[in-house]
Design a protein around this ligand. Structure first.
Ligand SMILES: Cc1ncc(COP(=O)(O)O)c(C=O)c1O
Length: 345
């Protein structure tokens, strides 16, 4: 499969820069030039890349973002508002960009209550989703969540169809699932993929997609409203490469085996390994850091280790060796007495 943006960057000739950026170094970090296309009105390599991405993701239209999933969430909520939505149901633990966008766009939030188990907010049940959908104009779910649990997307799709309400998904942590039935794009009218989080894209690389032409037109206006007018070419190229990056079944299997050997939390997403350390969480994090190993986050109960198709098998083995030597609170303690803390970032 061709990598249109990368090929364009690699084919550049000698280059004297009298354009932005101000560092004046010829190279990949260029601006819109006669040969490099424009993210705002793509007709060349970016249009070709976005067309391929939409096809891979099962979308009518996909838009490359260089401003993270946050921009995708603002753009989707803008599109909803443009189509008459005035209130949005979403789980209490949703990312702050959801409530920020509601505030900016004057959408009324309809919180979906969540229970907490072992300190982790549990994905809302179909019943809780339906109750909220009845008193809102649209639904947003996050899938998978920070801890690797999927939302009940199939049930939510059905509920939204029954009540004729749009359904959008924050897939900031699920870009790697596009090969599977666990993928947001199989269920939602619009969804965002945080490509930089679980596929090999540069930080801030993301894609927002619409299932149908109707939503694509509204989403395009949203994207044009919120994204930067100076998109980074290295990020754009990395997003195209990451979406086209092949699945890595060997590391997927190795991750699931490792979870079993480590007694990790049983979740739905191979890229997220959650180990309960309880009172020992800070000590474990410090010991790992001293060995040059950095988890994604420490919520004071769990250490979360995030993988991707680029994770190496040897690195998993090294992690296993280090974790085996560290004290951990017991599973019973995990069940009994954890303080509900989770990341808002
Ligand atoms: C669930 C969720 N949604 C959205 C975002 C925003 O993504 P980004 O940082 O790419 O803008 C994050 C970031 O951590 C997130 O965890």
């Amino acid at each position: 499969m061709r990598l249109y943006i990368r090929e364009m960057l690699d084919a550049q000739g000698a280059h004297l820069s009298f354009h932005t950026p101000g560092h004046k170094r010829a190279g990949e970090d260029i601006t819109e030039l006669c040969y490099s296309d424009s993210l705002l009105s793509p007709r060349g390599v970016i249009a070709a890349a976005e067309k391929d991405i939409a096809e891979i993701l099962g979308a009518a239209r996909s838009f490359i973002l260089t401003d993270g999933s946050t921009c995708g969430i603002f753009s989707m909520l803008y599109a909803l508002k443009a189509q008459g939505v005035r209130s949005l149901a979403f789980p209490e633990s949703s990312h702050r960009s959801v409530s920020n966008a509601c505030r900016a766009l004057s959408l009324t939030p309809v919180p979906i209550p969540q229970t907490v188990r072992r300190g982790i907010p549990v994905q809302p049940s179909a019943g809780a989703i339906e109750a909220a959908v009845k008193s809102a104009d649209a639904l947003l779910l996050t899938s998978p969540d920070y801890y690797g649990f999927l939302a009940p997307m199939s049930e939510a799709r059905q509920i939204c169809a029954t009540h004729a309400k749009p359904f959008i998904i924050d897939g900031a942590h699920g870009a790697h699932l596009h090969f599977t039935d666990m993928y947001a794009g199989k269920y939602a009218d619009m969804w965002v993929d945080g490509v930089h989080k679980s596929l090999p894209a540069l930080t801030q690389g993301a894609v927002v997609s619409a299932k149908t032409e109707r939503w694509a037109a509204a989403l395009r206006e949203g994207v044009r409203t919120f994204r930067t007018t100076s998109p980074s070419y290295p990020i754009m190229a990395s997003v195209e490469e990451a979406v086209k990056f092949p699945r890595n079944p060997a590391i997927e299997a190795a991750a699931e085996e490792l979870k079993g050997r480590l007694g990790a939390l049983e979740n739905d997403d191979w890229t997220k390994i959650a180990i309960f350390f309880g009172a020992y969480a800070d000590g474990a994090e410090s010991a790992l850091e001293a060995a040059g190993v950095y988890p994604e986050f420490n919520d004071k109960n769990y250490l979360m280790f995030y993988l991707s198709p680029c994770t190496e098998k040897e690195d998993l083995l090294r992690l296993e060796g280090l974790l085996q030597g560290l004290p951990r609170s017991s599973a019973e303690e995990a069940e009994r007495g954890v303080i509900p803390i989770y990341s808002e970032e």
